[in-house]
Design a binder for this molecule. Structure first.
Ligand code: NAP
Length: 233
C-alpha cells in the first residue's frame, strides 16, 4: 500500500514515520522537503497537492491541510484520504462530549479552516467510504512545540497552568528525575488567560466510535504522558 503523508516534519508526522507498518510504502512530504528523505509539498498550493496525488497515485493520503485539493484529485485516482482534524471545529458551549456527527460551529480561524476541510472530505469522499476524518484534541510527542514540553520548561522556570496536565508533568518529571523540584501550580480559568484566538471552553470529544473502529482500549493519559517524558531526547 502506498501512503502519502503531509506535515511529515511535524509532531504527528515524525511519530508516524517512526512506525511505518510492513508493506506500506511511505511518501513523506513537508513544506520545503529535507535531507531526511522528505519531498517538498506546499499545502497552500492546491495544484501541487493535486499533482502529487496524480503522480504518486497513493492508496491513502494522511493529511492535516488542503483536504479539498487532495479530495478532488483522489476522486480521479481512486485513493483514500485521512484528514486529521480538531475539537476546535466545535464552539464548546454544549457541556457534554461532542459526537462525530454533531454540527460544526468553529469560533476562530484555525477551527474554520479545519471545518472547511472536513466539509470537502465529506462532500467528495465520505459517501464512497474513501474519506475519513479523525478529530483529536491534543497531539503531544517528544519533539516539537507542545503543552507537555512547555509545562516542563515552565516548571523549571516556576510558573504554570492548564491545571491537571501541568501538575502531572511536574509530578512525573520528578519521578523520572527530569526535575529536582516542580513549581507550585495555581489553577485559573480560560477567561483569566485571554489569547488572540478564541477557543471553545469545553470541547471534549466522544471517542467511543473511534475506539470501536480502531479496536483501541482507552489509555489513561498519565500513562501516555509518562511515555512521552521518558522519550524526551
Ligand atoms: N497539536 C495539537 O494539539 C493538535 C490538536 C488537534 C488537532 N491537531 C491536528 O493534528 C495534525 C498534526 O498536528 P501536529 O501538532 O503534529 O502539527 P505540527 O507539529 O505543528 O506540524 C505541522 C506540520 O505541518 C507543516 N505545514 C504547515 N503548513 C504547511 C504548508 N503550507 N505546506 C506544507 N507543510 C506545512 C509544518 O511544516 P513547517 O515545519 O515547514 O512549518 C509542520 O511540520 C494537524 O492537522 C493539526 O491540525 C493538532
Amino acid at each position: 500500500m502506498r501512503v502519502l503523508l503531509t506535515g511529515a516534519a511535524g509532531k504527528l508526522g515524525q511519530a508516524l514515520r517512526q512506525q511505518v507498518p510492513e508493506g506500506v510504502e511511505l511518501i513523506a512530504t513537508s513544506r520545503n522537503g529535507g535531507g531526511d528523505g522528505l519531498l517538498p509539498l506546499d499545502l497552500a498550493d492546491a495544484e501541487a497537492c493535486r499533482a502529487a496525488v496524480r503522480s504518486h497515485r497513493p492508496d491513502w493520503v494522511l493529511n492535516g491541510g488542503a483536504p479539498r485539493a487532495f479530495a478532488e484529485a483522489l476522486m480521479e485516482t481512486g485513493g483514500h484520504l485521512l484528514q486529521v482534524s480538531t475539537d476546535f471545529v466545535f464552539n464548546g458551549q454544549q457541556g457534554t462530549p461532542y459526537r462525530p456527527e454533531q454540527s460544526r460551529d468553529p469560533l476562530g480561524a484555525y477551527g474554520r479552516t479545519k471545518a472547511t476541510g472536513e466539509e470537502a472530505v465529506e462532500q467528495q469522499l465520505a459517501g464512497s467510504g474513501r474519506g475519513v476524518i479523525l478529530r483529536t484534541s491534543w497531539v503531544m510527542g517528544p519533539v516539537g512545540k507542545n503543552f507537555a514540553l512547555t509545562m516542563l520548561r515552565l516548571h523549571r522556570e516556576r510558573a504554570a497552568s492548564w491545571f491537571d496536565v501541568a501538575v502531572a508533568v511536574g509530578e512525573l518529571a520528578q519521578e523520572l528525575e527530569l526535575l529536582e523540584q516542580s513549581a507550585v501550580v495555581k489553577p485559573l480559568t480560560t477567561a483569566d488567560y485571554p489569547t488572540p484566538a478564541q477557543r471553545p471552553s469545553y470541547s471534549l470529544l466522544d471517542c467511543s466510535g473511534s475506539r470501536r473502529a480502531l479496536g483501541l482500549p482507552p489509555t489513561p493519559w498519565r500513562q501516555v504522558m509518562r511515555q512521552l517524558l521518558q522519550a524526551l531526547p
